[in-house]
Design a protein around this ligand. Structure first.
Ligand code: DX5
Ligand code: ZN
Length: 215
């Protein structure tokens, strides 16, 4: 069974509470929360105050994807605001291993995200220090983009690396996940799929959840 995480970046912000509840009612495993700072990515989204409100309402754990420079400055604040998973970009920090232990020491699961052009070998030297590898299948910053096929092939490389090392970390995929692309991602070894525009734009979100979880 594949897990899935609706991204509230594509929610209707005037009805955010309703859209959080609708994600929780569709069999989702995590609520994906995209934080953007206008520096690491060319867009600004939302931060700790919004997470505090969302995590208080959500009945599923919040999966916080930090697309920010110097994420080490904000780990404690996001943990205190209700994050269950905190994922940082390998490209955004100089001391990845230290940052992953900082996340775990706050009681959260630690994730490493990789941009489409980032070599997955970076993960080999922190195997065991992360609970989740997040493969970006679009350049981060915006919802509603088209999946990049080369980034999909990277999922299989990471699957092989984890299996050979007998590491059971989750492989999360983010960007362009839809009912027409999710099978390729699952077949390459993804275990957790993020869906923003495809989930919130679906005429039947419950059916979307049922379908995607089949993998
Ligand atoms: C993009 C974000 C994604 C985004 C995905 O930078 O990290 O989580 O919400 O949106 P879709 O599913 O529309 O590609
Ligand atoms: Zn994301």
């Amino acid at each position: 069974m594949i897990k899935f995480a609706p991204s509230i970046l594509s929610a209707d912000f005037l009805k955010l509470g309703e859209d959080v509840k609708s994600a929780c009612d569709c069999g989702a495993d995590y609520l994906h929360f995209d934080v953007m700072d206008g520096m690491f990515v060319p867009n600004i989204s939302f931060g700790q105050c919004v997470l505090k409100a969302v995590s208080a309402l959500s009945t599923i754990p919040c999966d916080v994807h930090l697309m920010i420079e110097g994420p080490e400055r904000y780990i404690e604040q996001f943990a205190e605001s209700g994050a269950r998973v905190i994922t940082v970009h390998a490209e955004a920090t100089k001391h990845l291993q230290r940052l992953l232990s900082q996340i775990r020491s706050c009681g959260c699961l630690a994730g490493v995200a990789l941009n489409p052009a980032t070599n997955p070998e970076v993960l080999r030297y922190v195997l065991g220090d992360f609970d989740l590898a997040l493969v970006m299948t679009v350049n981060p910053g915006f919802g509603g983009q088209k999946m990049l096929p080369a980034a999909v092939r990277k999922i299989a490389d990471i699957r092989k690396m984890l299996d050979e090392a007998e590491v059971t970390s989750e492989i999360e995929v983010d960007g362009g996940v839809s009912l027409s692309t999710y099978k390729a991602m699952a077949n390459n070894g993804a275990t957790l799929l993020v869906a923003g525009s495809a989930f919130y734009g679906s005429p039947d979100r419950k059916a979307f959840g049922r379908e995607i979880r089949k993998g």
